[in-house]
Design a protein around this ligand. Structure first.
Ligand code: PBG
Length: 333
């Protein structure tokens, strides 16, 4: 009987780092990354965020040195989150973050691209992303949209390059686009959190911003405005709606748990860039595994980033974006 022949076939292209590099279908690049940053109202010193490794709540001055350091490590695109000390039931004062934006733009001009998250949850006493009715049983759509459009105009006036509505109210992209254009800010980009799910994976972020919905017995979660993990069609519809309303960039959030949505939208042939937000809970689970020596941090993050690119993301928002250049240069293909 003839002996069975074993031969190397597919493994030829796996045999050395050099050939694996050549065989790789795509690359990652730090230019595709956005770094989220937090700035605390009334903060007197930069404070590490316990729930979110290597993230800080910065002061109005430490944010400048943070951006300088991040730019030196190769990242020049940022997403700002205000952490409010003084909360309001109906937010109407956005001056704190606008002041920070003015200072950042004065220092960095166009060398740093500045996006600002546009939501009310960090501002409200109850932690919801919009304005409530008097009985606190409902998040009111249109009054929330009106406030968000006003907020967007103030941010544009302060000099942001991009506003990123993350509230999930209906019709907000159209209202924001109109408000921006009417106030002479037609160059300001709208990056819409268009496919945003109601998720457990925002936990560490809410801890950082003290923005968990609370003290509203009839509205304990965000399920009346964020999409259900069990309804993929909902976010396909809201993505196209947002594009039609004028969103320049759309987003899937969280990223890993909703990779099917990224892939579906990508294969659909979107004609706008698609961002994937590797959210706080997703990021921190890698950090905790790494801290327990159960995973190699840099390689774990680059593996996740590769999966997001494979699925079709053009832009990656990651709390580890400031490491992208270094880690990508050391990828073991
Ligand atoms: C505000 C907002 C949230 C996140 C980004 N913008 C929290 C939420 O919707 O509760 C989450 C980001 C993260 O978890 O990294 N609406």
């Amino acid at each position: 009987m003839e002996s069975k022949k074993y031969s190397i076939n597919q493994r030829r292209l796996r045999m050395s780092a050099a050939v694996r590099e050549l065989a790789a279908g795509f690359t990652l690049h730090e230019r595709q990354f956005i770094q989220p940053l937090f700035i605390g109202q009334g903060a007197t010193e930069a404070t590490p965020i316990d729930s979110l490794n290597e993230s800080f709540t910065d002061t109005e001055t430490s944010i400048i040195t943070r951006i300088e350091a991040d730019m030196a490590s190769g990242i020049n695109k940022f997403l700002l989150f205000p952490v409010l000390k003084f909360k309001q039931k109906v937010p109407n004062d956005f001056e704190f973050i606008c002041k920070v934006v003015r200072a950042i733009k004065k220092r960095f001009a166009d060398s740093a691209w500045i996006a600002a998250d546009l939501c009310l949850c960090a501002y409200t006493t109850h932690g919801h992303c919009g304005i409530l009715n008097a009985e606190e049983t409902e998040v009111l759509n249109d009054p929330s949209v009106t406030t968000l459009a006003k907020y967007a105009t103030a941010l544009a006036q302060a000099g942001v390059d991009c506003v990123a509505p993350s509230d999930m109210m209906d019709g907000r992209v159209a209202a924001i686009r109109q408000a921006l254009n009417n106030s002479g800010h037609d160059k300001v980009v709208i990056m819409s959190y268009s496919a945003k799910f109601s998720s457990q994976f925002y936990g560490p972020f809410r801890d950082a911003c003290s923005s968990s919905p609370s003290n509203t017995p009839h509205l304990k979660n965000r399920k009346t405005y964020q999409a259900s993990p069990f309804n993929p069609n909902d976010v396909i519809k809201s993505t196209y709606r947002d594009i039609n309303e004028g969103a320049d960039i759309v987003m899937v959030k969280p990223a890993v748990t909703y990779m099917d949505i990224i892939s579906r939208l990508h294969q659909d042939g979107l004609d706008v860039p698609l961002a994937a937000y590797h959210v706080s809970g997703e990021y921190q689970s890698i950090e905790l595994l790494a801290q327990n020596n159960l995973i190699e941090r840099a390689q774990a993050h680059t593996e996740v980033w590769a999966s997001l690119k494979r699925a079709g993301a053009d832009i990656i928002i990651s709390y580890a974006a400031r490491h992208a250049r270094e880690w990508i240069s050391k990828i073991e293909y």
